[in-house]
Design a binder for this molecule. Structure first.
Ligand code: SF4
Length: 213
């Protein structure tokens, strides 16, 4: 470990990767990230939209009004407000969204999907189905192990400020780990959370004060 650490090996260096389980996991995640990009791109093309336009439409379909704002979307997709505003402008021109200006603030608005917008968001949101197929076939214990491992990876990426907003249990003010970190508890739902209950994107999530970036 110390030897490789001091050498600072690349996970893409095959001589190193092929004898490192960790590197093979990282390389596999990169392949899967690529699959998401390809699938999203294919879906976007079919509707003459860009990948980010499709991602925004899907987000708008499944999140509440306080999250359907330019600043929130900018954080969600790790983009500037200017870029997201442009995306919203294009979606408005295509009659896929409408803006509801807030009475006290003429610059801030809530974004609503139009009927056509909802329709396209619903259809394109199925772009992950090829990734879902092998996941469905995993053994239930493997699914739980994988979920927990992925949550830990996401939590690390959040802590190290690679990605911003997370609405997962481990960053929630209502979340209580056990002393050994094995059993989880939700103070809001007032119930234990088994691994399968842990959420990646919870509508009730409230960011823990020490997690705010
Ligand atoms: S409110 Fe949601 S995110 Fe927070 S601990 Fe409970 S289930 Fe998890």
């Amino acid at each position: 470990m110390g030897y490789f650490h001091s050498m600072n090996p690349s996970d893409f260096d095959l001589a190193y990767q092929n004898q490192s389980t960790e590197s093979k996991i990282v390389a596999s995640l990169e392949r899967i990230a690529q699959a998401f990009r390809v699938l999203l791109w294919q879906e976007s093309k079919a509707f003459s939209l860009s990948p980010i336009q499709v991602q925004v439409l899907i987000f708008l379909l499944y999140h509440s009004s306080e999250k359907r704002k330019v600043s929130y979307l900018a954080d969600e997709f790790n983009m500037t407000k200017a870029t997201i505003s442009d995306t919203i402008k294009t979606l408005e021109q295509k009659n896929l969204i409408t803006k509801e200006y807030e009475p006290h603030d003429t610059r801030s608005y809530i974004i609503h999907l139009t009927k056509k917008g909802k329709d396209i968001a619903g259809k394109t949101s199925l772009f992950t189905k090829e990734i879902r197929t092998p996941v469905d076939q995993l053994h239930p214990d493997d699914k739980e192990g994988l979920l927990l491992s992925l949550l830990n990876i996401i939590r690390h990426l959040n802590r190290s400020e690679v990605i911003t907003i997370q609405r997962m249990c481990m960053t929630c003010t209502y979340y209580r780990p056990s002393a050994k970190g094995q059993k989880h508890f939700c103070k809001l739902l007032n119930q234990p959370l088994y691994t399968k209950d842990l959420r990646v994107d919870c509508p009730e999530h409230k960011i823990r004060a020490d997690m705010q970036l």
